[in-house]
Structure formats: C-alpha cells, structure tokens
Design a protein around this ligand. Sequence first.
Ligand SMILES: [Zn+2]
Length: 68
Amino acid sequence: MVCFCFLVDQKRIMKNSKPIACSCSRCNCSAHVADMCTLTRFCYIPFYWRSWKAIVCCFCGAILKSYT
Ligand SMILES: [Zn+2]
C-alpha cells in the first residue's frame, strides 16, 4: 500500500485565467478567475480528471474560492 501512494499523484492545470476586480486575502495582489483541471495520475498516466472553476491569486497561487 505504501508503494501505491507514490504511484498516484494529482496535477492541477490552470486554463483561461481572466483578471477580476478582487484581491487576495493573503497578499493583496490581484485575483484571477480560472478554469481549472485536476488530473489524477497513476504511474504518470491520467486516469481521472475533473474540471472546475476557481478564483486564484496570480501572485501566491492561493485558491480564494472554488466552484465545482
Ligand atoms: Zn495572494
């Protein structure tokens, strides 16, 4: 079971980000609304992915809000 944990990983991809009139609560930089995609991979082969929208900070990468 320990090996299994090393073989499975998750990768987050950000697509189509657009600036919005909102600032980050952590660093006060401008936030962007982005189409996100989470890939779950097994031995680097994606077998599951999920698309979602999120408001992310373009500076520190914090997710301020997410929509499924
Ligand atoms: Zn930030």
